[in-house]
Design a protein around this ligand. Structure first.
Ligand SMILES: [Zn+2]
Length: 276
């Protein structure tokens, strides 16, 4: 199995959807391939972070009862219109789901439910290709998680150096693109180092800069057709995010510095990379 196949299978593997033989092949590859293992670790950490922090709401009992009641009414209405005289065919509920959200349903309701599920599956597989606002929110969550993880797990850098001529070759060798690397010490943002990260379903470069006691993670990857050309600022959970499109690359800066500082950082970075 090669890295491309692993990338395609990783979501299924994380969700426990693969058959045992394929799972074993994935595991074998993860043991042998550091790059894919790192991707796997990042994805796992993200799944955990989301499952721990995302709000989870249980439907209130009154809502269940209302749905149950309206289903019963609908079934009653159908059965009086029925011509067989036997009423609708009811699905017997297994004991295991008796107390859950499953109810007695006639077959025509089941067909409707199946159609709704099918529509949802089709919609969810099409949605990522559309440029919906949720995509930015999801990316923002990944960016902040990555920034926080880099500060928490004492894994701020893979290559710790203030020398752009050390950081750049290191990143170039590890990535399938060559991100611009500049030191901004004179502008008040000394370069601390570089790191490989995994975001937006691809390997990306992370450059780490310092602003007084704060760190800025600058994530860089090649701009694609879906890259937003508009600069963008987001504030979430006390973090500033700043996006800009600097062809051929896509930039996201994440930090807890002020918005003004982050804008100053962007201008300094652009000024230093413009004449290269
Ligand atoms: Zn691999």
């Amino acid at each position: 199995m090669n890295c491309k196949e692993i990338a395609d299978l990783l979501d299924g593997y994380l969700d426990g959807e693969l058959d045992p033989v394929t799972s074993q092949k994935v595991e074998q590859h993860l043991r042998d391939c550091g790059k894919c293992e790192r991707t796997y670790e990042v994805q796992t950490a993200m799944v955990h972070a989301i499952s721990q922090t995302a709000p989870y709401y249980k439907a209130p009992i009154e809502l269940r009862e209302r749905i149950q009641l309206s289903l019963r009414e609908a079934i009653g209405a159908t059965s009086t219109r029925g011509t067989s005289g036997e009423g609708p065919l009811l699905v017997r509920r297994p004991e295991a789901v008796r107390r859950g959200v499953f109810f007695e349903m006639p077959w025509n309701w089941l067909a409707l439910a199946a159609a709704i599920v099918l529509t949802a599956i089709i919609a969810s597989s099409l949605l990522p290709r559309l440029r919906q606002p949720g995509a930015d929110q999801f990316l923002a969550t990944q960016l902040i998680a990555s920034h926080v993880r880099s500060l928490m797990a004492s894994h701020l850098t893979d290559v710790a150096s203030s020398d752009q001529h050390t950081v750049k070759p290191w990143l170039d060798a590890k990535l399938d693109f060559a991100p611009p690397v500049v030191d901004l010490t004179n502008e008040g943002f000394p370069l601390i180092g570089g790191r490989l990260d995994y975001l937006n379903n691809r390997s990306v470069a992370a450059l780490i800069y310092q602003r007084r006691k704060h760190f800025i993670n600058l994530f860089i990857w090649p701009a694609g057709p879906d890259t937003d050309k508009m600069p963008k600022t987001l504030t979430r959970d006390g973090y500033q995010l700043l996006h800009w499109d600097g062809s051929p690359f896509n930039y996201w800066a994440v930090s807890d510095v002020s918005e003004a500082d982050l804008q100053a950082f962007k201008q300094a970075f652009e000024a230093q990379t413009a004449h290269r």
